[in-house]
Design a protein around this ligand. Structure first.
Ligand code: ASP
Length: 311
């Protein structure tokens, strides 16, 4: 008899969802990444009785997420998804960089099975912690028959790795999908899909990211703003940067001085991508301008450039 593919594997990486504070009323002065993933599961009675397996991959405040952890996580996710009995994977993560980790996993693995990331804005010890509901919702999404690819389940909504953005520093509903492109909602333990995901780009594969993290290309992000003079670009060229993503104003526009400095960088072999500091909207590719990052936010354009330079 065939084993049913109904196992959900939960991978813990830390974050506020695993955070604790000294008092239940403290929603800000807490320490992230304290509880193990098994403890998070134990706080959700509705998950008892489901086929789950939990593994701790890291225990980090996601502001300190690093390339080595990304490699380990991508390998683990890939290994778990390849088990026939696994229906999907849930990854608990900090909110600060979850959009980057989600995009990285999507580009490297582009999995057919779902990888549902989730997080919390309040620590596990808060009077009204949001982590348990988000974790339950993530398991619901990972179990859904239509779910695939890297998703984010948070505050009752489902976002794609491509569109996900943190849009508020402390509000409980801190995430959105750029241009309103939420994929669906979770309602009382059921998923209601709004949109089908656009056809994902082909996976780049784990071999692309197997180089030791210390040898990964150095790609930095800078911004256009009033008086941007290009001094940062020259400093970065001097210290050997490999790639630069510039968060331009509006449709990726740059001050004349910043544009000139970035062209100098390009002439010296530094790869440059032009994104926008706006919250949404693509940067149009136009003849004669520095290459556009399309609709990628600056942090995701940086990942794209790192992956391109790793090729
Ligand atoms: N600094 C925390 C983290 O990203 C914030 C959070 O999880 O909400 O790990």
């Amino acid at each position: 008899m065939q084993t049913p593919a109904d196992l959900i594997v939960i991978l813990g990486t830390g974050g506020t969802i695993a955070g604790t504070a000294k008092t239940a009323s403290d929603g800000v002065g807490y320490t992230a990444a304290q509880l193990r993933v098994e403890d998070l599961l134990a706080a959700v009675p509705a998950l008892q009785g489901r086929r789950l397996e939990a593994h701790q991959i890291a225990q980090l405040d996601s502001k300190d997420m690093d390339f080595t952890t990304w490699q380990r996580l991508a390998q683990q996710v890939d290994a778990q998804l390849s088990r026939p009995e696994v229906k999907g994977v849930v990854v608990t993560h900090g909110t600060d960089t979850v959009e980057e980790t989600a995009y990285f996993l999507q580009r490297v693995l582009a999995p057919n099975k779902p990888v549902v990331m989730t997080a919390a804005m309040r620590p596990a010890t808060a009077l009204q912690a949001d982590g348990p509901q988000n974790l339950l919702d993530a398991v619901v999404v990972a179990s859904d028959v239509y779910a695939s690819g890297v998703l984010f389940a948070f505050a009752g909504a489902i976002h794609s790795a491509e569109q996900l953005r943190k849009v508020h520093s402390y509000r409980i509903d801190a995430f959105d999908s750029a241009e309103g492109a939420r994929l669906g909602v979770i309602e009382e333990g059921r998923v209601r899909w709004h949109l089908r995901t656009a056809l994902p780009l082909a996976p780049l594969g784990l071999a692309r990211v197997d180089r030791p993290a210390a040898q990964w290309p150095r790609v930095q992000i800078l911004m256009n703003h009033v008086g941007a003079d290009g001094a940062i670009v020259r400093a970065l060229i001097a210290e050997g940067v490999d790639g630069l993503v510039v968060a331009g104003t509006g449709n990726g526009t740059l001050s004349a001085s910043l544009d000139a400095a970035l062209r100098e960088a390009q002439a010296q072999g530094v790869r440059v991508l032009r994104s926008t500091r706006c919250d949404a909207g693509p940067v149009m590719e136009l003849p004669g301008l520095l290459p556009s990052a399309g609709s990628l936010s600056p942090v995701k354009a940086r990942i794209e450039l790192i992956l391109a330079l790793l090729a």
